[in-house]
Design a protein. Structure first.
Length: 427
């Protein structure tokens, strides 16, 4: 038997990371399941990459206007917005989180193939809708599996979610690099075919995950006994949930259209080489996310959620201002997008850890984790739809003005984050 490898779990604690080891609350650690979860995060990250700014590059090459691209992206975000709460409730209701994740992955693969082979208005809308609904199931299902494996009372949740973000960011970086090369050599259509193919190992990774039986799960994750309706209403009216949802909405309203808008401008200047640039703009931030996510999880557990939230939000207005300057000088500053986009890694590390972690704080003991994840997703989906639609309209008139508007919203988000009530339970 291999010697257990020690990893810090909380201040003053270590945990043996071998099959059959026991964490401080008495739960057995399943290395096979944790490895499966790592690879699941790695391989499903490319699905989000393919549907990101590469869609803007793909449609711009097909002579779509910024208004049409903004409309298409808004349709996807609107589908996600509408699906968030029912999808979260559905994941809460099912005892097979792995099955929910598998269905979601297959639906997103189907959407990528539709984009590749049927790039018409209605087909692209259908692909965006498929992606939006499936993402609403995939994210909460992975988060629920993560919290089931990590537990909530031991301080492991932040570390496990930081590990999720690290593997997802590495997967995003690898996928973006491959997609950039494929897109520049074979065309943007090949990006979506590659994304679908790379997602297949994610389905295989699901088979490695063996969630704890219902009797061993934290009550907040089991979801098998619904609390009274009054308790649900009380939870949805929780001031902490509403405030965090507002912070997430401000973040997404500022962030959602920044890179797609920059991608469209780069495509106009670089043509097919824009895929290389956009790939670099995705890979760079993912490296930052991979480096910072474990630290973000550790700081959130040791010092609270608010400092991480503020740090993630501050990067937005700075990035928006820099992009406004770059967009005003396309002749010399196009490749300057790459260092500016590194700021996105700070925001990605913070929110990648905090969204499931804060939701876990708020819903502890209620059995409604995924429902509240849906509420957060609803706020972010509405903000993303508004960002892409309004941003597209503004960009048709002036790209620098659009970036300045998005930057201003990010500044408002910094103020909201600084006022956010702390959700970490004090031991």
């Amino acid at each position: 038997m291999p010697t257990p490898r020690e990893r810090p779990t909380a201040p003053g604690l270590t945990e043996p990371r071998s099959s059959g080891a026991v964490v401080p609350d008495g739960r057995a650690v399943d290395r096979r399941s944790e490895a499966g979860l790592d690879w699941l995060n790695f391989f499903t990250a490319n699905l989000q990459t393919a549907f990101g700014p590469f869609v803007s590059v793909y449609l711009t090459q097909r002579a779509w206007t910024q208004s049409d691209i903004g409309l298409i992206l808004s349709v996807g975000y609107a589908a996600s917005m509408i699906s968030q709460v029912p999808a979260g409730a559905l994941v809460d209701a099912t005892r097979r989180k792995t099955r929910a994740a598998g269905v979601a992955i297959m639906a997103i693969i189907a959407g990528a193939l539709i984009l590749a082979f049927f790039p018409t208005l209605l087909a692209v809308m259908a692909a965006e809708i498929s992606h939006g609904f499936a993402s609403c199931m995939l994210g909460p299902a992975i988060a629920a599996l993560s919290l089931t494996l990590a537990g909530r009372a031991t301080g492991e949740a932040g570390l496990r979610l930081g590990r999720n973000a690290r593997f997802a960011s590495i997967g995003n970086g690898v996928a973006a690099g491959l997609m950039a090369v494929v897109g520049s050599t074979l065309g943007a259509r090949a990006v979506f075919i590659l994304g679908a193919v790379m997602a297949v190992p994610g389905l295989l990774a699901l088979r490695l995950i063996r969630p704890a039986p219902p009797s061993d799960r934290p009550r907040a994750l089991a979801g098998t006994q619904a609390p009274p309706r009054e308790e649900i209403f009380r939870l949805l009216a929780d001031r902490r949930l509403l405030w965090f949802a507002l912070c997430c909405a401000a973040f997404t309203l500022s962030n959602a259209y920044m890179l797609p808008l920059a991608a469209s401008g780069a495509t106009a200047s670089l043509g097919n080489d824009a895929s290389l640039l956009i790939g670099a703009c995705i890979v760079g931030p993912q490296i930052i996310v991979a480096l910072l996510s474990p630290a973000a999880g550790r700081i959130a557990e040791e010092r609270g959620r608010r400092p991480v939230l503020v740090a993630g939000m501050i990067a937005l207005p700075v990035r928006g201002l820099a992009l406004a300057v770059i967009s005003g000088h396309p002749g010399w500053a196009t490749w300057a997008l790459i260092p500016v986009q590194l700021l996105d890694g700070i925001s990605g590390a913070a929110f990648g850890v905090l969204v499931p972690l804060v939701t876990s704080d708020i819903t502890r003991g209620t059995g409604r984790f995924n429902l509240c994840m849906g509420v957060i997703g609803l706020a972010m989906g509405a903000a993303a739809a508004a960002s892409t639609f309004a941003g597209g309209l503004l960009a048709d008139q002036s790209a620098p003005d659009a970036f300045l508007a998005l930057s201003g919203i990010g500044g408002i988000g910094v103020v909201l984050a600084a006022m956010m009530p702390e959700t970490r339970a004090i031991a």
